[in-house]
Design a protein around this ligand. Structure first.
Ligand code: ZN
Length: 215
């Protein structure tokens, strides 16, 4: 039995409760249609493949390809060492916001695919990756701590989302839920398959409050 049973989960690290919306001109957008490498590769080599219809900052309808930043997701078989993503820049001279588009399967900030993280923190049902390089114990520890931390801020966000299903989810898990509990409940409610559960919740959170992190 965990000694923490009966107590609310611990507060998350600052990086998990800090929104980036107002501090940055532009940022990351997550494309929830892109769930595998093959789809990503076909989209990223086409300048229009990921192009947003409008600049999320100013609403301008023209964005140009700006550059191709690289992501290096470690430790997931089936993903290359380097995954190129695409960044657009808003053509409105008074705006100039830049937007990186991330496929749904890559975790922001974690240098990993979401599936790799999910295999550690909610392994039930996630397809194994037996020959994948082991994850450092300290990394695993950090992920577990974040997953066990309070989901209060995320639950408040869902409760205020205006979506019936999300509000029901928020009231079901309650303000004292951990991120683990929220991820479980979300996967069940949205019927997300193992291997895509963290990606789905992270994308949902990011959509409601850009830059807010699940992990
Ligand atoms: Zn703009």
């Amino acid at each position: 039995m965990s000694p923490s049973i009966g107590l609310p989960p611990p507060s998350p690290e600052t990086c998990l409760v800090t929104s980036r919306v107002s501090r940055f001109k532009g940022g990351t957008l997550i494309d929830d249609d892109v769930r595998d490498l093959e789809t990503h590769l076909s989209r990223v080599c086409d300048p229009d493949g990921y192009r947003p219809g409008r600049c999320p900052r100013c609403g301008h309808g023209m964005l140009h390809v700006h550059c191709y930043p690289e992501r290096r997701p470690r430790g997931e078989l089936g993903l290359p060492a380097v995954v190129r993503i695409i960044q657009y820049v808003c053509a409105a001279p008074e705006c100039g916001a830049t937007w990186r588009i991330l496929p749904m399967f890559l975790a922001r900030h974690l240098w990993r695919a979401w599936k790799t993280v999910e295999r550690v923190v909610m392994p039930a049902g996630v397809p194994g990756s037996a020959a994948a390089p082991p994850i450092p114990a300290r990394t695993e520890q950090r992920w577990r701590a974040r997953f066990a931390a309070s989901a209060r801020m995320l639950v408040v966000l869902l409760a205020a989302s205006g979506g019936v299903a999300l509000e029901a989810l928020a009231s079901r898990v309650g303000l004292d839920a951990s991120r683990a509990k929220l991820a479980d409940a979300h996967a069940e409610a949205a019927r997300v398959a193992p291997g895509a559960r963290l990606a789905a919740l992270a994308e949902q959170v990011h959509r409601l409050e850009r830059g807010l992190r699940l992990m």
